[in-house]
Design a protein around this ligand. Sequence first.
Ligand code: AP5
Length: 216
Amino acid sequence: MKTHMRVTVLAASLADVPFLSLTTEKLKSQVIIFVIGGPGSGKGTQCERLAAKYNFQHLGVGNLLRAEAGRPTGQGRQIKDIMLKGALVPLGFVLDLLNDSLLKGEEAKGFLIDGFPRELNQAKEFERVVGRPPNIVIVLDCSTETMIQRLLLRGQTGHRADDHEVGIRQRLETHYSLCEPVLTYYQHKNLLRNILGEEPEDAIFTKCCSVIDSLP
Ligand code: AP5
């Protein structure tokens, strides 16, 4: 019997709201891997490949939010504005969205959650609700120069509305101002696995696989 209860937070405004959803029982036995790193560090690229190899579900928080931002509603527009500014979408909304996706992935062997947590509060709130930390946190370490170069290159295709110089700078600022406490938090729990994100995609993929293969 499922013991989770889900209360969807549909805030008229996107002000922070307490996360009310509970996704618990099924998650206790599933692998949960967070993949974090700066904008353009390669989170999405690696997660797609890893999800295919390990039959994990890839939850790209940015992708999930972009889908919401595309809705022709007031809420959609608010999310779009926040994302265009390179700021963080409020915690309650992000967790609710994540919770929805976790519930839908009930059959998956595990989850690769890309772009989460981005601030300490997200890390703590996830644990409070799910009842445990992730199995591991993969960090893709990349220099600012490399990240900017990659995103400007992708920006030329017009693929992403936030891949322009100002948007990239703001995303980097958000990342650098909030990431340190998250890294420290997981380091203390011995969950951090740093991987150099500067190398070619295949080399990074091999290292990510070694990390996952070493899971008990
Ligand atoms: P999100 O969509 O996650 O954007 P991001 O963090 O800025 O990262 P990117 O998706 O741009 O880069 P990536 O690290 O995934 O690299 P990728 O593989 O794509 O988030 C967007 C926004 O949503 C945020 O700014 C925020 O507003 C909001 N948001 C997201 N999560 C949130 C949260 N938890 N809480 C609140 N708000 C949240 O690669 C980038 C490029 O580099 C590609 O062109 C790729 O082909 C290339 N590339 C990748 N790897 C390599 C390599 N090894 N060598 C050469 N090129 C490479």
